[in-house]
Design a binder for this molecule. Structure first.
Ligand code: ZN
Length: 281
């Protein structure tokens, strides 16, 4: 088996090294009262913005599982259809979009998120930065007003990622953060109120993933095997399916990826996911 991982995982590994260096300083982790710890919430709504139908699983899958287990509603907004990332020369964009959608639905099912809670914005893979930014921000803003989330998860819009992150990730990070502001003021997209009755909805707190400066760790030890299972539903993101598509994953590949996933999440005697938490003014 070729030991090649998908681009997201390779980037994650690079990020991880930086993140662990940050983690070495305990003062980097913010103190949060139990009532505000998202992994202890019940009955809340959490909105997750993801550029591709796999970043959410790889970076937040354990936290999503804890949230659904505790009776919270999790909505995933997927900006692109991820229809270009295949090395299989017989693959087409149309077919890949269908595969990636089914894989995301299967992964979310493991995490307790029904497919009705997935919102597909349908942008072309790799082209998000070339979409109309005002329209894109309006779509994100509308969804915030519609679902009125208690917290939003998205890619860290901090300046560090610009040095290494790829195109759809940059745009998803920026446009989602800009939508927080637009969602507070009804005059940004007045048609949301006039046509659909959607009132302004400030985002109280954001959790940024793919961050180089994590300040909040979620202990996912109790659900880490669910995260592994969900991550491995993204079969076409990994070799050998990445090179020549097959819907099946061999036991050998599964175990290799499981090991990588556990290694990435390991933090002392626990498994964690790392975020930068920001309470919004
Ligand atoms: Zn991605």
């Amino acid at each position: 088996m070729r030991k090649k991982l998908c681009a997201a995982v390779l980037l994650l590994s690079a990020w991880c090294l930086a993140a662990r260096a940050e983690d070495a300083t305990p003062s980097k982790t913010v103190k949060v009262a139990d009532k505000d710890r998202i992994e202890l919430w019940t009955g809340k709504t959490v909105l997750v913005f993801t550029p591709h139908p796999d970043d959410d699983t790889f970076l937040c899958g354990g936290t999503m599982k804890l949230l659904t287990q505790n009776g919270n509603r999790v909505i995933i907004v997927i900006y692109t259809n991820d229809n270009k990332g295949s090395l299989d020369l017989e693959m087409t964009r149309e077919r890949l979009a269908v595969i990636r959608r089914a894989e995301e639905e299967a992964a979310c099912q493991v995490l307790g998120i029904p497919k009705e809670n997935l919102v597909w914005l349908g942008y072309e893979d790799g082209d998000l930065e070339y979409a109309n930014p005002q329209r894109l921000r309006g779509e994100a803003c509308r969804l915030i007003k519609k679902y009125r989330p208690d917290a939003v998860f998205t890619i860290d819009p901090g300046d560090e990622f610009n040095r290494w992150h790829k195109t759809d990730h940059r745009m998803a990070a920026m446009v989602t953060k800009d939508a927080f502001i637009a969602a507070e003021w009804h005059l940004y997209y007045p048609q949301h109120l006039l046509d659909e009755g959607l009132k302004p909805s400030p985002v109280p707190v954001a959790y940024y993933y793919y961050t180089t400066s994590p300040n909040y760790l979620v202990d996912i030890t109790s659900v880490v095997e669910d995260k592994v299972k969900a991550s491995n539903k993204h079969v076409s993101q990994f070799s050998p399916s990445l090179d020549k598509y097959t819907p099946e994953m061999s036991e050998e590949t599964y175990q290799f990826l499981r090991k990588e996933c556990l290694k990435e999440a390991k933090d002392g005697d626990k498994y964690v996911e790392r975020f930068r938490r920001e309470v919004l003014p």
